[in-house]
Design a protein around this ligand. Structure first.
Ligand code: CO
Length: 366
């Protein structure tokens, strides 16, 4: 943690920020090791470029900071009229009345921002998204080990769920079985997202939700799922043929697997993230299905399911060892079916390593 806080101080100074204000979520956990649920009562940490941390929180949360001498707590009680006082005292203690206080625009709520603005009316609140993302983007060995465990749990859970597959079970029934197996295999209960189980025409929708439609012979079946371990996520996708499928559907599955391989092979340190997208996209375009690959090739993965680096055409972010992201090309034929093959990879000293190892070719169910 102290190493991370030291990196934060450097990042804040470089971004001309005096502090950052964080509410419960991945960045707060990453920098302080503290976990809070996002509720109706505000919890806000102020981390200054001088290395001081103030935390505004309800009195009932006191045990969480009892053994944290480097965190200065500012408690408030049940009367909302007094909550503003705690914010004022925290701002004063860190000398932030006229400061540039960075915020995470996708995380901090109007609730917290209003308290901060009232406590420091002369301060400004620019986005610190870039500065914080840069810290979290490169994972250390411990983080990668946690992600690897999240991948292992997800893979074992899918294998167990497939053993329970019966022809004619609905998408929802299979999704329920998969969630059960994720928990049985040790996933933390806050899954990265509800699994996507999409068969037949539904599989042509990249963000389908499971329905009561029975999974039937001739369908392509897309399963997009993940597990959580120590707050870190996995995010995988495999596609199956339910019985025999039309030749063209089998063909697009093969092309997607080749595009996935091309993306993983292209990934290495020193190249822009956009190159990975290009490598995967070229395979699909060369096969004549470019118009049917309708999304970016991947996204960073870690304490958030979608974080930097994003793998899209033209992204100049240079890949570095320790960056983790998905490679998930897909082909979607409206009304007929879709395929996607998604792996989680980490950039190594001289290439990329896939954390996921399940077979990528089109396997047949039933
Ligand atoms: Co994904």
């Amino acid at each position: 943690m102290s190493h991370r806080l030291a990196r934060l101080q450097t990042a804040l100074r470089r971004a001309h920020l005096d502090a950052v204000a964080l509410n419960p979520g991945p960045s707060l956990s990453y920098l302080t090791g503290l976990h809070f649920h996002l509720m109706e009562r505000p919890v806000v940490a102020l981390l200054s470029a001088q290395g001081e941390t103030a935390l505004v929180l309800p009195e009932l949360e006191a045990p969480k900071v009892a053994d944290r001498p480097n965190i200065r707590p500012f408690f408030y009680g049940e009367d909302p009229a007094r909550w503003g006082d705690a914010f004022r005292r925290a701002v004063e203690a860190l000398g932030l009345a006229r400061a540039r206080i960075g915020v995470e625009p996708t995380r901090l709520r109007v609730l917290e921002l209003r308290f901060l603005e009232a406590a420091a009316p002369e301060a400004v609140f620019p986005s610190a998204a870039e500065a914080i993302a840069a810290l979290r983007m490169t994972k250390d060995a411990e983080e990668i080990a946690a992600m690897e465990q999240a991948v292992r749990i997800a893979q074992d859970a899918l294998t167990a769920a497939l053993a329970a597959f019966r022809m004619g079970m609905t998408e929802r029934e299979f999704a329920a079985e998969l969630v059960l197996q994720l928990l049985r295999h040790g996933s933390e209960p806050e899954l990265p997202f509800q699994p996507i189980v999409a068969a037949g025409p539904n599989s042509a929708n990249p963000h389908a939700v499971p329905t009561d439609r029975p999974i039937s012979r001739g369908d392509l079946l897309i399963v997009d799922w993940g597990a959580t371990w120590q707050g870190y996520f996995s995010d995988l996708t495999r596609t199956f043929a339910v019985g025999a499928v039309e030749p063209e559907l089998a063909r697009i599955a093969e092309i997607a697997a080749q595009a996935n391989a091309a993306g993983r092979e292209a990934a290495r340190p020193g190249i822009p993230a956009g190159e990975v997208d290009r490598a995967a996209r070229n395979v699909i375009a060369a096969a004549g299905y470019g118009d049917f690959f309708t999304h970016r090739t991947g996204h960073g993965l870690g304490l958030d399911v979608h974080e930097r680096p994003f793998i899209f055409a033209g992204n100049e972010t240079v890949l570095r060892p320790g960056m983790t992201f998905t490679v998930e090309p897909g082909i979607y034929l409206p009304g007929r079916g879709g395929v996607r093959v998604e792996d989680d990879v980490v950039i190594t000293a001289d290439g990329a390593r896939s954390l996921s190892t399940l077979p990528r070719h089109l396997a047949r169910l039933g």
